[in-house]
Write a protein that binds this ligand. Sequence first.
Ligand SMILES: Cc1cc2nc3c(=O)[nH]c(=O)nc-3n(C[C@H](O)[C@H](O)[C@H](O)COP(=O)(O)O)c2cc1C
Length: 352
Amino acid sequence: MRNVTDLNFPLCLAPMVGLSHVALRRLISDYMPQNASTHWPTEMLNSRRVPGENLKTTPETLRRDEEVYLVPQILGNEEIPIQKAVQRLVNEWGASGIDINMGCPVQKALKHNYGVSLMGDVNYAAQVVAMTKKVSTVPVSVKLRAVGSEKSVPQLITFVQQLVDSGADWITLHPRTAAQKRRGQSDWSQIAELKKAVKIPIIGNGDIQTADDVVLMINETGADKVMAGRALAARPWMMWQLGEKLGFASAAHLHGRRAPHTPVEEGAEYGRSLLKLIEYSEESFMQVAGASESLTLRKMQFYIRTTHVWLEFGHTLMAMCSRAQNLSDLKIQVACFFEHEQAMYPRTELRQ
Ligand SMILES: Cc1cc2nc3c(=O)[nH]c(=O)nc-3n(C[C@H](O)[C@H](O)[C@H](O)COP(=O)(O)O)c2cc1C
């Protein structure tokens, strides 16, 4: 992959700690249309830890051999750890690109002056891109947030221009401010302004809940591609729905079926895909040295906590699943909940 625009499908998953792991990527890729390709993020990886970790057994860096176009996201601001991490991820692990996190607003990232705090220092942020580019043989991107003041758009453009001058190959913009975290409205006009102002590809992110939203964001902003986080985790078949809209043939194993569209069809698909995700998570995480069933259970409970909000009776599902003591218990609770017809809303208010 020379750049993200080499790939022909306009939707990708967002990097999300605890969610964008090998099992969820596998579930979402099951719904990818035939001959469609997109890039795949990972959970955020700390550049100080990657150099010393076993990448084959650390849950965050587990990957399947058949995965392609993986673009791991790193967090960091120091040259040596960044370079060692990038070298390992590219040469040993098979990354097709490297994404730098400049959007993480958690206290720990602020304390160490990385994540979103890099956005407070243009020169330093540009240096982080330059140090990554110096060692990377694959494209380097940056994911950032809105700046969030009256002067925000010109400031954002100046900031991004410096990253472009330092070699950034594409930018992903999540136009919520650090103060908004992941709530409130995402300001798509900033994606449009940025797209007009810079020459590299722009990926837009924020407030995407349905396949229609993907098309709307591209039409409204001119973004080269769209990234979806929570809703794509909840509705992995958004890939299938979007593929149908864009005229792609459905995946061979789905051939002859129409993508789910009504609330009841989507409710049933959520149940089926949740059971698949448990199976995929078991296959991946139970093999990790030292990993216990409780790691897989915790990951699944976190997935349900994030995605249940689209289900009409999601709180009931969450309460049932949070009481599960082990995976077989969890599967029983899920199967029991989905014995009854369930509805999934196209949209919900995003609070977490
Ligand atoms: C649980 C969770 C973890 C996240 N972790 C990261 C992260 O590690 N790196 C990052 O750049 N963004 C992270 N994000 C933000 C998402 O990538 C995305 O920008 C945000 O959720 C908005 O997109 P959405 O409305 O489609 O979910 C995280 C979001 C969630 C919900």
